[in-house]
Design a protein around this ligand. Sequence first.
Ligand code: GDP
Ligand code: MN
Length: 397
Amino acid sequence: MNLHEYQGKELLNSFGVRIQRGIVADNHKKAVEAAKQLATETGTGWWVVKAQIHAGGRGKGGGVKLAKSLAEVEKISEDIIGMMLVTPQTSAQGKKVHQVLVAEDVYYPGANEPDEYYMSVLLNRGTGRNMIMYSTEGGMDIEAVAENTPHLIFTEDIDPLLGLLPFQARKIAFNLGLSGVALKEMIKFVTSLYTAFVKSDSSLFEINPVLKTSDDKILAVDSKVTIDDNALFRHKDLALLRDLREENEIEVEANAAGLNYVDLDGNVGCMVNGAGLAMSTMDLIKQSGGEPANFLDVGGTADAKRVETAFRIILKDSNVKAILVNIFGGIVRCDRVAQGVIDAYKNMGDAINVPIIVRLQGTNAIEAKQLIDDSGLDVISATEFQEAADKVQQVLK
Ligand code: GDP
Ligand code: MN
């Protein structure tokens, strides 16, 4: 589950991580009130207005703007709220902005120049440990830094039993070229950041930029936080932060129905039992020249009700031109699944408007094929995997 920038910052702050202060608002009047509340005597007294959507690169897309007066806060918020924001990380249509974060301007002039760093916490899949990834080249596109100057990206692996050790936090601060007050601040920042990561059961933190202010404070200007869905049961407060408006509508509905569904770009809908079989079904569709429209694991109980729900969900995607049902009957007998497909089909009537290819293999596969062939419905049966994929290609032509 992804959080908005403002939610991520609040989470970090609750663990003692210093953040750029801000208040979220869903209309321009509230944005002005927020700006008034944030007003301080120090710094520039300006604000930055930031679109809250689940995508990065907002700055490049015009979703992050500096406001030098309350009138500007109002104007910019009015422009941003309700817009379709297109960034390098959204689709071409962009994402609708429902709220903005009004934050204090932290790039004020002072004794030193403000400086931007990059920092993330994530799993190192190579070592199976959490790691902190960091760079002096913050603020910009970290992918470009990784591509062009990989030696400027550092990583620090963390022992799961010992946690982040003090010498590691110091090393990170040194490698970022810090000294004096800023060094101490960075040590505190990294230490509390890592605690927040572990305690919230997150799978990704990405803070870009981490800012060193002109008076040597270290703070998070941006936050991308992903919490492990499988741990949400023990973080009821965090689970409430879910913003379903940001998520794929069909996926949300499928999840509510207990189906493992991931929306993809292709035209062949898949209904499969078991994640492994679902993956190989997608591979085979691709190898036969098609493109899977989704990943869908219906799970162990492929009865008529579940099959019907799965059909309805797959058909919500208007790109779907054919559906391949590929079920292995182990504990669940194939003839029962076949009956489920037939019942669901009859029940749905005209709602099924694309060809369906069914491949059932395993216990009672022969009886299942017979049922399908005798049903008189417009369902094409197949026994072999390749045969099923070929039949999909035929109906698409
Ligand atoms: P992203 O583009 O979605 O990654 O959004 P960020 O939160 O990283 O903001 C983009 C850029 O806006 C940052 O890299 C900063 O350069 C700039 N920015 C953010 N906060 C402030 C601020 O308080 N003052 C000024 N002047 N610039 C800011
Ligand atoms: Mn950023």
